[in-house]
Design a protein around this ligand. Structure first.
Ligand SMILES: Nc1ncnc2c1ncn2[C@@H]1O[C@H](COP(=O)(O)OP(=O)(O)OP(=O)(O)O)[C@@H](O)[C@H]1O
Length: 454
């Protein structure tokens, strides 16, 4: 077979556009695919000079340099197309006589790329919004809550220290995290720590870390404390009212000097951290009683946010129930929804453990029920019975108040112990007692330990 006879028809059969220019840039050949792709009949283009039609055509460079260009991307103005081309010099007896171009129209790919770019920027915008969803979680229909959330949004943009007040489970940590995530520190760590959960003997080393060999059993290479871990970011000190006075003095010094030393070390580390604190106690009362340093209080209390308990913002329950349910549904891969009667009963409950108690109640419903529609029977018994009948889950047992020596603190301690002991007695297990008491598992065990009920 004499292939040479067929070279032209081979060129004509190609799907890629082929064109040939002579040394003076005159177009001498275009194949059918060229005319098809770019909508130009061959007789309209053959004989025209590229230097006039497309003075910046890349193939002109090949004519000048004699070097090929492979996978070369360019925009052809006269065709209004993005193309990818292989441009090769044509040689005869070692002399350049022209060049061949094989081109693909990639306008569609480029348009898709542009679209992809737009989608990418849209998705990263959504991602950022998602990242800041904590504030949207705290969205509320209640005027008091709304003004707290608005103040939190404003304060997030500043460096001000914030104290968040509120009962257990109202969302103090959630708000602290939302403030962090809406602040310029959002890319840096958010480190929460509950001051009530650290044994006093470990306070300093937990907060400031320790150098290697600073005490028997200290970690090799030393250990970073939470101040160091949070450096550059936000440190959330929960239950600040539980801090012993000597540690308050140390924290105050660190905040004032903006440096800290690890336990057993002499090196000073610079500290650049925003501190957000939280407490369920009335700190000004604590100051009056001499349990909290006034100077530390003023350092920490540039802005104070008071989150109202859930029972004072029951209008938020339908929204909270639906948001929490959809989170729990994804966690348990279920599709549970609640009937209006269920919302009704849940709305009657007083939620002493606030949103945490609601999360726990809903989680139990989602985890246990096989139905899609949760009915009243799915509501944890202690809520259902309490709200449906006049039965109170835990009748308060007043301690012997006839004893004149009894001060208020002592009375409260005893009442707390009685309540816990009662809840334990009347519950099938500890988990049920926790639900009845409406406190966190951690607080429950702390209190069991404190009252010798473990
Ligand atoms: N508005 C809300 N939307 C969704 N979940 C919430 C909301 N508020 C609180 N929660 C959830 O309730 C639980 C308790 O919240 P959080 O830990 O922030 O409360 P807290 O006030 O810091 O409690 P404590 O004082 O006991 O530490 C968490 O699981 C949290 O995600």
């Amino acid at each position: 077979m004499n292939l040479e006879k067929h070279y032209l028809s081979i060129l004509e059969s190609l799907h890629d556009a082929v064109f040939v220019v002579s040394k003076d840039s005159t177009i001498v050949y275009v194949n059918q695919a060229y005319s098809r792709h770019f909508g130009i009949p061959s007789n309209k283009i053959i004989g025209r000079r590229l230097t006039e039609m497309e003075p910046k055509a890349r193939i002109l460079e090949v004519l000048l340099s004699g070097k090929e260009l492979v996978n070369d991307y360019s925009y052809v103005h006269s065709l209004r197309k993005d193309v990818c081309a292989n441009l090769t010099p044509l040689m005869e007896d070692g002399e350049l006589i022209g060049a061949v171009g094989i081109m693909k129209d990639i306008s569609e790919v480029m348009a898709l790329q542009e679209e992809l770019k737009q989608y990418r920027s849209y998705s990263s915008k959504l991602e950022r919004q998602l990242y800041q969803q904590e504030f949207s979680l705290l969205d509320s229909k209640n005027f008091k809550m709304l003004s707290v959330v608005n103040l939190a949004r404003k304060v997030a943009a500043t460096e001000a220290s914030v104290i968040i007040y509120g009962e257990t489970g109202v969302g103090k940590e959630l708000m602290a995290k939302a403030i962090h995530e809406a602040s310029s520190r959002m890319d840096k760590p958010f480190v929460p720590i509950n001051m009530a959960s650290i044994p006093e003997s470990l306070f300093e080393s937990e907060l400031f870390g320790h150098e290697e060999g600073s005490f028997t059993g200290s970690r090799k290479g030393g250990k970073k404390g939470i101040f160091e871990l949070a450096n550059g970011g936000t440190l959330f000190l929960d239950e600040i009212g539980e801090m012993p006075l000597n540690l308050q003095a140390k924290i105050l010094r660190v905040i004032q000097e903006r440096t800290f030393q690890r336990v057993g070390g002499t090196k000073s580390y610079p500290l650049e951290v925003r501190i957000i604190t939280a407490t369920h106690r009335d700190l000004s009362e604590q100051i009056k009683q001499g349990n909290f340093r006034e100077d530390l209080y003023y350092r920490l209390n540039v802005v104070s946010l008071h989150i109202p308990p859930l029972r004072e913002r029951k209008e938020d329950l339908p929204f909270l129930i639906s948001t929490l349910l959809s989170n729990l549904n994804s966690k348990y891969k279920k599709y549970g929804v609640v009937t209006p009667e269920v919302v009704d009963i849940l709305t009657q409950h007083q939620w002493p453990g606030n949103v945490r108690e609601l999360v726990n109640a809903l989680e139990r419903m989602v985890a246990v029920s096989d139905q899609t529609y949760f009915v009243t029977e799915d509501i944890p018994e202690y809520i259902r019975l309490k709200e449906n009948s006049s039965e109170k889950a835990i009748p308060i047992q007043l301690v012997n108040s006839g004893n004149q020596d009894q001060n208020l603190d002592g009375l409260m301690e005893k009442t707390e112990r009685n309540l816990i002991a009662d809840a334990l007695r009347k519950s099938k297990n500890r988990t049920e007692a926790i639900y009845k008491l409406g406190i966190s598992r951690k607080t429950f065990y702390e209190k069991l330990r404190k009252h010798g009920l473990l």
